[in-house]
Write a protein that binds this ligand. Sequence first.
Ligand code: 2P0
Length: 394
Amino acid sequence: MASAQLRAVTCTAPVNIAVIKYWGKRDEELILPINSSLSVTLHQDQLKTTTTAAISKAFTEDRIWLNGREEDVTQPRLQACLREIRRLAKKQKSAGGEDPLTPSYKVHVASVNNFPTAAGLASSAAGYACLAYALARVYGVDDDLSEVARRGSGSACRSLYGGFVEWQMGQQADGKDSVARQVAPESHWPELRVLILVVSAEKKQTGSTVGMQTSVDTSALLRFRAEKVVPARMAEMVRCVKERDFPAFGQLTMKDSNQFHATCLDTFPPISYLNDTSRRVMQLVHRFNSHHGQTKVAYSFDAGPNAVIFTLDHTVPEFLAAVKHSFPPEANGDPFLKGLPVTPAPLSDALKAALAMEPSPGAIKYVIATQAGPGPQTLDNPQEHLLGPDGLPK
Ligand code: 2P0
């Protein structure tokens, strides 16, 4: 087919880490949560999904390739995203858009992550945010994309914005008010740093979708959390971000991560995402903070054993030294530190003694140093399209 018939756009979208966690749906089909959540968008220089969406009159079916492999396009969540974007496109075209036919055009999508799936980092949020954003650009949709992204994966709606983002749970049965909103842009807190401690893990964990449904069905603690704890925590977390109050931000981040994992243990049968290394990281953080007499570092864990550390730029060198002391890197030739460079710092004997930890060699595979970053971007250079002029992966 001639390339003139094909309209293609390529976009990138970020990963986000929740500091007030989403866990549990009140509507499985519409993906409506039982509580609001708040996240930090990570910088795409370190972690991102890139997606090309192309439409053409000549395409006979919707097709999708993820990391180079063609996937089943009839998957219900993907279908929900496609249906929703076409509904928005039709709505917009009927209000005077340029080409009333394009909403019915079939789409080809190719998507890649710049981080290994094997690292155990959640990729669905970046993936569905990128899909929603790329589909919107290619079909010419200007609407709020919260619903399109959310129908793919709940946490994906938070990856539609940079910086600090809340997903308001909403009250309506149709989910129209269950939307993501930016609390503050990434430039608001430039000293904030994020370290991802990639933990060696052999076992496959319970998937989030199934895990949270079991929690909704069986955990009284989860209900209590959603109704009685999270509303006040959301307000407090917004305050912490707006005032750049790191000690309060860090403490609340750790408490909310711990409460999420407590609801997992309260689920029946219980779910446990943390492993011994995760718990040792928690111990390291608490001992580091108590040595300094203040909350300088905070941890957060999602549906897996990897630790996400929040801290401020001036604390990174010393904390990284503490991590290397407690989890000596394996000499396998791979760099232990990826992402933002960190100036090496010595570890004082006093801090070493305060940590009082037997070293666990190799328990942390590597560390990715990053920071808060912007929301989805459109790439202007057609060279960066993942689909060729024939609409197939390059
Ligand atoms: C979060 N997680 O707020 C929480 C904390 C994991 C732990 O959102 O079923 O992949 O697609 O809506 O968004 C993971 O759940 O689940 C998640 P679905 P999702 O980031």
